[in-house]
Design a binder for this molecule. Structure first.
Ligand code: SAH
Length: 215
């Protein structure tokens, strides 16, 4: 599959739609304009790739809706050179957006099939995360910690302690947490010091579940 002027036009339109929906971070909007989302989807979805919708990516998973990707990316407040841990690599689209924003990305995927496919795809597109790993995101990546921010891209039943512990002071954890309505509350934790975290909540989103550790 190729990236053409037509795709670029559709990406510019998508960025405009996200701006209308309230995304203000220019770094996020520029990244949405850069990353060829159609190349992260099965070719049968190519015509729909720049609609603001989630799509299946195999192994029972989805590529997140662009608005959700943009919203979470904005909450992270990524600066160039920041180290960002992503839980749930999936298609690699969110990984690519963070990379385009200038982050050093570390990403963990629980399903081997997706891990393998995405590990091959990203370098082909010139996208070079610092580290991709196959493993259990509940544990984070202690060997590469601490991180400027952590993003979880699947529905969490609770906030895993290791992810909090792997944040720098001042660091931000963005995670959709199951609520009583059966959807997820987008939650931001900011690490104030060794022991204290400030919590902010941003309304309802829908994600596929974070899978329990099967080991
Ligand atoms: N960021 C992805 C979203 C994929 S959906 C994208 O832009 O396409 C969520 C992903 O989280 C799925 O790929 C799923 O397999 C993965 N996942 C689920 N539980 C996990 C866990 N415990 N650790 C790491 N990844 C997990």
């Amino acid at each position: 599959m190729k990236d053409t002027a037509k795709h670029q036009g559709l990406r510019n339109q998508l960025a405009a739609v996200l701006e209308q929906k309230g995304i203000t971070d220019k770094n996020v909007l520029e990244a949405i304009k850069k990353v060829p989302r159609h190349l992260f989807l099965n070719s049968s979805f190519e015509d729909y790739a720049y609609q603001d919708k989630a799509f299946p990516i195999g192994a029972g998973q989805t590529i997140s809706q662009p608005y959700t990707v943009a919203f979470q990316s904005q909450l992270l407040q990524v600066d160039k050179g920041h180290s960002v841990l992503e839980i749930g690599t999936g298609s690699g689209y969110q990984t690519a957006v963070l990379y385009a924003m200038g982050a050093k990305v570390f990403s963990v995927e629980r399903q081997n099939e997706l891990f393998k496919t995405t590990s091959l795809l990203l370098p082909k597109l010139g996208i070079r995360p610092k580290h991709l790993s196959f493993g259990d995101g509940y544990k984070g990546l202690p060997n590469f910690a601490p991180f400027d921010s952590v993003i979880v891209t699947a529905a969490a039943p609770f906030i895993p302690k290791p992810l909090m512990a792997q944040l720098k002071i001042g660091g931000r954890l963005v995670i959709p947490v199951d609520n009583e309505q059966g959807v997820q509350t987008m939650t931001l934790l900011i690490r104030k010091n060794e022991t204290q975290f400030e919590k902010h909540e941003f309304g309802d989103f829908r994600f596929v579940p974070l899978l329990e550790n099967k080991n």
